[in-house]
Write a new protein. Structure first.
Length: 144
């Protein structure tokens, strides 16, 4: 799955709930499941019925990430997933990524966020060069 900063995977004409599930098959059990699932991303109450086009940047980011995590994907490609997220939302994303069982490839300008993931390897691209570093080295030189 791919997360883009421009929310390319969201349908602005549909509601928040319609963006993560098929409403034609939504039973009361699945409605409760999806509302609880979205609640993990701070999307709750009547917000689930809002059209995506009415959401703020942070709300769209949380929805796009929730949609990705709802799809049981093996690999996530995340392009600056913390953009527009407040500290609470960043912590929620961090927890979701820690619980995720697949592979994550992420572009980020937030070294503290990346460090919070507990990653083993980091690829830095200073001046358009690929350089692989062990996380302990980055900590030792003060980059993490």
């Amino acid at each position: 799955g791919y997360y883009a900063q421009e929310y390319e995977d969201l349908d602005y004409s549909k509601s928040v709930l319609e963006n993560v599930c098929n409403l034609s098959t939504l039973s009361s059990w699945t409605n409760e499941y999806w509302r609880n699932f979205l609640g993990r991303f701070l999307i709750s109450g009547d917000m689930v019925y809002q059209r995506v086009g009415t959401l703020s940047g942070g709300e769209k980011t949380r929805l796009a990430l929730a949609k990705l995590f709802s799809q049981n994907l093996n690999v996530l490609l995340l392009d600056e997933p913390t953009t527009y997220l407040d500290p609470t939302s960043q912590e929620i994303l961090l927890q979701a990524l820690r619980e995720y069982k697949g592979t994550v490839i992420m572009v980020s300008h937030e070294p503290k966020f990346v460090e919070g993931l507990g990653v083993d390897m980091v690829l830095l691209m200073p001046e358009e060069k690929f350089v692989y570093y062990d996380i302990r080295y980055l900590q030792r030189v003060g980059l993490m």
